[in-house]
Ligand binder design. Structure first.
Ligand code: LMR
Length: 393
């Protein structure tokens, strides 16, 4: 059976995570996988989540099946978070998913079933796992240029001109905020132009929303999606609770959709339910129920928002401190862009051999494309880190 299988190619980010775990050097620094870390390098369970889990443990009286769509209160809470408290929800539906990744996959399957010949346009660069997920769904992939690595900013004109060449009806995968891996986001005016283009060419927007609350704030980060939802008849969103609630291993997320009318919304959710049932039948419950309690219990919601703001503002400070340290080392503003980018990631302009040298000689782990997780920058040891990076430049 298995003799003809080729060796698998390890996922670059997960392989780096394993390699870091196996490194016994005490001073090692993890700037790799996208997990929030506090000043001590830990990823603790959020206090609001811990409290909600206690409540859940005490109050839950059954483990009976819920159903493919998962918890309705959780789905409503996610609709509220993504589309806003004042959104008209008659054309919006949601299904619980196994993390943001699961949402990407079930939405891709749904799209493939309804528009089999459409291509999906993906930013270059993008989160590496987008490629296998969309390949597995069988959707033809095309790339739009997104990032100018010389200027360290979005190459908006090139992006627009590529999208103008898309066939009417194609899909466009957009990072709703905190672009992974570059940290370079579109400005609101640029989002408006992309929305106009989607409208004029009937391009279908597919948002990946993995970092809501890590950029400028929960509502601010959703401005892109809300702008599109005001203008366009249809879109989908893969939303994750991994980062903003720290629920990584609980695999909690939602697949959300906006349809042209209520009947289409119901039909689309019905088909999504079929996709879920034929994949894994039903999503896990714990993370979604915990999230629902956090989002709908006033005291927990307040506590969570404060904790989220604490993570966000710490990453902003880390960005500034790192940019400042690099300014001193390089006597230039070459790294100032790090301070202005959004969310958990930015890219350093380093070659493969420089990245390998940082890992092998200094115990500093960053992804092979130069992506760093700014939450992992060592607050107490920023100077040593900047020295090491400057030494390989
Ligand atoms: C990342 O980009 O590092 C995270 O989204 C974790 C992952 O699954 O790759």
């Amino acid at each position: 059976m298995f003799e003809s299988l080729p060796e698998s190619k390890p996922d670059a980010i997960l392989a780096l995570m394993e390699r870091f775990r196996g490194d016994t050097r005490a001073h090692k620094v993890d700037l790799g996988v996208g997990i929030y870390k506090d000043a001590n390098g830990n990823t603790p369970v959020l206090a609001a989540v811990k409290q909600a889990e206690k409540l859940l443990l005490e109050s839950q009286d059954t483990k009976a099946y819920v159903g493919p769509i998962g918890s309705r209160p959780f789905c409503d809470a996610m609709i509220n978070q993504v589309f806003g408290a004042n959104a008209k929800t008659d054309r919006i539906r949601a299904a619980q998913s196994t993390g943001g990744t699961g949402a990407l996959r079930i939405l891709a399957d749904l799209i493939k079933s309804t528009r089999p010949d459409a291509a999906i346009w993906v930013s270059d660069p993008t989160w590496p796992n987008h490629v296998p997920i969309l390949n597995a769904a069988g959707i033809e992939m095309k790339h739009y240029p997104y990032y100018d690595a010389q200027k360290c900013e979005v190459s908006f004109d090139a992006m627009m001109s590529a999208l103008k060449s898309a066939t009417d009806g194609d899909i466009v995968l957009l990072h709703g905020c905190c672009h992974n891996p570059t940290g370079a986001d579109l400005l609101l005016d640029q989002w408006q132009q992309v929305a106009d283009l989607c409208e004029s060419k009937s391009l279908f927007p597919f948002f990946d929303m993995a970092y809501q609350g890590f950029g400028d704030g929960l509502d601010e980060d959703a401005a892109s999606i809300r702008l599109f939802a005001d203008k366009l008849p249809e879109l989908v969103v893969a939303a994750s609770c991994s980062k903003n609630l720290g629920l990584y291993r609980e695999r909690t997320g939602a697949a959300l959709l906006l349809a042209a009318d209520t009947a289409q919304a119901d039909r689309a959710l019905g088909q999504l339910s079929v996709v879920i049932r034929s994949n894994y039948s039903m999503p896990p419950d714990h993370g979604a129920n915990t999230t629902n309690l956090v989002m709908t219990t006033d005291s927990l919601n307040k506590q969570w928002r404060e904790e989220l703001e604490g993570m966000r503002s710490r990453m902003v400070r880390q960005r500034s401190a790192f940019a400042e340290a690099m300014r001193k080392r390089t006597n230039s503003d070459k790294f100032d862009y790090i301070a202005h980018q959004k969310g958990m990631f930015s890219r350093l302009p380093l070659s493969t051999s420089q990245i390998e040298s940082l890992r092998d000689v200094n115990g500093i782990y960053l992804v092979g494309d130069g992506r760093i997780n700014v939450a992992g920058l060592p607050e107490e040891n920023m100077d040593a880190l900047a020295d090491a990076i400057a030494s390989v430049l």
